[in-house]
Design a binder for this molecule. Structure first.
Ligand SMILES: [Mg+2]
Length: 320
């Protein structure tokens, strides 16, 4: 829905965001919701940083990202940085972001592996799980003491009796693993995927998504459906809400991908913000289906900081 630009003069000159025309919500609605936000989830690639690889690997900080994090923290809101990559552990990603100058704690980084491990624990308790991926996937399962099947032994012919198959960032997924995973799925194990995003926003080259590539192939050879646990899943919303310690309606979800963060925000009933420094543009948002539409759009994290400043300066009468 196109809406008129916000009335001039309600905020200091020079820092007023010009998002009115590009928002689904009008400016007053965005301000109202922003003022009520108690926790913020930032995407990483294409939102906070632009990298050579997923999760901030070899990257640089995008303009305003550091200030946005500082603002969220200093305002007493909780914060999470959620990547759909499962190549690295949360601690490794946090260290990488800190090395670039972003003030992010280990416990504030979420990956689909975190969601997968928490979800598997809830659904399957101590049943055997066939989990594919490097340390970025497996560490979260091991730390929670989940029952991981020894893949080398299974490849050598040991029976798995797997209750579930979880596919993460496994760059060594060849014929033997395809066979092992497919047989487990055909024997009744449920198929899960950390992320089926085709690619990640990056500096130059297309950064292809490994987990989705494998999972779609397994679904093809077995004829069985799969379930995504990363963004924008219900499972991911639950984990983020728990980590931020706020109800989804009090969350702001910021990201560069309409199909991931914006769809997640819609699904959760959170406030959704598209930042156009990565995968999708404002034109993409205008053409997107309703379930992927952001509530407002910013050109950079600098503009998001301006929105927050405007929301905190909005008259209290407007917040009823
Ligand atoms: Mg992204």
């Amino acid at each position: 829905m196109e809406i008129p630009r916000r009335a001039s003069g309600s905020r200091e000159r020079g820092i007023a965001p010009r998002a009115g025309r590009r928002s689904v919500m009008n400016t007053a609605e965005v301000q109202l919701r922003l003022a009520e936000v108690r926790g913020v989830m930032f995407d990483i690639d294409g939102c906070l940083v632009l990298s050579d690889g997923p999760s901030g690997h070899g990257g640089s900080v995008l303009p305003g990202a550091s200030e946005a994090i500082e603002l969220v923290r200093s305002s007493g809101r909780s914060l999470a940085a959620f990547t759909n990559g499962s190549m690295q552990t949360s601690a490794q990603i946090a260290a990488s972001l800190r090395s670039m100058g972003l003030d992010i704690h280990d416990s504030e980084v979420l990956t689909p592996a975190v969601v997968a491990a928490e979800t598997m624990q809830e659904l399957y308790a101590d049943l055997p799980l066939l989990v594919f991926g490097g340390s970025g996937v497996v560490d979260d399962f091991e730390r929670r003491g989940l029952n991981l099947i020894d893949i080398d032994r299974a490849l050598a012919g040991a029976p798995t009796n797997a209750a579930a198959v979880v596919i993460g960032w496994d760059t060594e997924f060849g014929k033997d693993k395809i066979q092992l995973a497919a047989e487990a799925v055909l024997a009744g194990a449920k198929l899960y995927c950390t992320s089926d995003a085709p690619s990640f926003a990056s500096k130059e080259r297309l950064n292809v998504g490994v987990s989705g590539f494998i999972t779609v192939g397994l679904s093809h050879v077995t004829g069985r459906p799969y379930r995504v646990l990363g963004k924008p899943s219900e499972e991911a919303i639950k984990v983020v809400s728990r980590r931020l310690q706020v109800h989804p309606s009090q969350m702001l979800i910021v990201g560069d991908d309409l199909t991931l963060e914006c769809q997640m925000a819609r699904r959760a009933g959170a406030l959704g913000c598209l930042v156009t420094t990565g995968t999708h543009s404002a034109a993409d948002a205008a053409a997107a289906p309703a379930e992927q539409r952001p509530d407002f759009i910013v050109d950079s994290m600098i503009e998001l900081v301006q929105w927050f400043a405007m929301a905190s300066a909005a008259p209290a009468a407007g917040r009823n």
